[in-house]
Design a protein around this ligand. Structure first.
Ligand SMILES: Cc1ncc(COP(=O)(O)O)c(C=O)c1O
Length: 389
């Protein structure tokens, strides 16, 4: 643990960064890669000189690293400003291929970045949106109810791999299989799951998977892993001189942040190093440590704290959403922040889960998220602070 933490400049102080679901810290090698990119390959693409060729190489390495990380295909990788922007763009592209009356399924577990794009294109193209419910008792997706919403007119099932509010994990292979039975697209938001589990876009049968490197120890950027033949066939908004191949490029409008792509390559390299070169092994280790932290947190949580979501460690990430009786989430977060425990409060754009928990009008809830660099001591500090209140 000491060796891992020593690689993150931000972790040198006494602050416990429990705001990971909002954004993670970055290791030194990510900072170095961004710096190096801007020093050594700072040119636009397509020029006949060395720095332009170096920039092209950065982008190529980025596609390979992003495909490896998502379990997708380098040909289908598209970079963008962030997940939300990419999702608006891609939802717009898909909607242009649909007919009025076609149906989209979204879920109540999702961050709004995988709900609003569908609501907006549905209004523009007269599509029908169906909402798959959660079970309020443990804030998990009701997969049976979702399957009942699927019909012959379903064209897209947009769902999250894990809730950024309460950490519950869904079953992507089951949802993708149900989507494909009716010829619909399986469209997954992997933003919250990405730092916690190995992603397997192709193996799970996902047509589109979206994630954000700034949640997995990289810089601010969005990544879409699109099935290459789908990326090829969807209509894309392009300026006339822009080349159309390979397929994922078609959704990259204008010049990308090459330095953020370089930083993302370094973030994936960093993760690989945790598994002696293998991402599979890295995520086994990450999960073992995070489960241990989650067990410790759940075992020590004072009874007065009202926890929302799954009460065990299975089927969840170590992201905990809770309230203290008689205290507003903001006042709790501020108090914890004064003690060097940085947690989030509010709705974290998870509008639907907050609504289902009837927390939308009362400031939402406090959210503490652990990552692989979180220590048992930090969990204990949080528990002590919640006990002292
Ligand atoms: C689950 C989930 N989906 C989507 C997003 C939006 O990601 P971005 O900030 O890259 O647009 C977030 C951001 O917090 C998130 O947690």
């Amino acid at each position: 643990m000491a060796a891992v933490r020593a690689r993150f400049p931000a972790l040198a102080g006494d602050v416990a960064y429990l705001d990971g679901p909002g954004g993670s810290q970055v290791p030194e090698q990510v900072l170095h890669a961004i710096d190096h990119c801007l020093r050594e390959s700072n040119a636009n693409l397509g020029g006949g000189f060395a720095t332009s060729a170096a920039a092209a190489e950065v982008m190529e390495r980025g596609r390979v690293a992003a495909a490896d990380f998502t379990g997708g295909d380098p040909e289908g990788i598209a970079f963008g400003a962030n997940m939300t922007t990419l999702n608006f763009l891609l939802a717009h592209a898909v909607a242009r291929t649909l007919e009025p009356g076609d149906e989209i399924v979204v879920t109540q577990l999702d961050h709004d970045a995988n709900v609003s794009p569908w609501l907006l294109v549905a209004a523009d193209h007269r599509l029908v949106v169906r909402h798959a419910p959660i079970r309020a008792a443990d804030v998990t997706l009701d997969h049976d109810a979702l399957e009942e919403l699927i019909g012959e007119r379903t064209r897209v099932i947009a769902f999250t791999l894990a809730s950024n509010a309460v950490g519950s994990i869904t079953d992507p292979a089951r949802i993708a299989a149900a989507a494909h039975r009716v010829g619909a697209l399986a469209w997954a938001d992997a933003v919250h799951l990405a730092p916690h589990r190995r992603l397997r876009a192709r193996e799970w049968g996902l047509d589109v998977l979206l994630c954000s490197p700034y949640k997995f120890f990289g810089p601010h950027l969005g990544v879409a892993a699109i099935r290459p033949d789908l990326a090829e066939s969807l209509p894309a908004d392009r300026v006339r001189p822009a080349k159309q191949t390979p397929p994922g490029h078609r959704f990259e409008t204008g010049t990308q942040s090459h330095e953020a792509v370089a930083g993302t390559v370094a973030a994936v390299d960093y993760l690989r190093s945790l598994g002696d070169g293998s991402l599979d092994f890295a995520f086994e280790r990450i999960q073992a440590h995070e489960d241990q932290l989650a067990r410790r947190f759940l075992a020590g949580l004072p009874e007065a704290v009202e926890l929302y979501g799954v009460r065990g460690v299975d089927g969840r990430t170590p992201t905990f959403c809770f309230n203290l009786p008689g205290r507003s989430p903001r006042s709790v977060a501020e108090r914890l922040g004064e003690g060097g425990l940085y947690v989030w409060d509010g709705d974290y754009y998870a509008l639907e889960p907050m609504h289902a928990l009837a927390l939308s009008d009362s400031g939402g809830a406090v959210r503490a998220g652990f990552l692989h660099y979180t220590t048992e001591d930090e969990v204990d500090r949080l528990l002590d602070a919640l006990t002292a209140r």
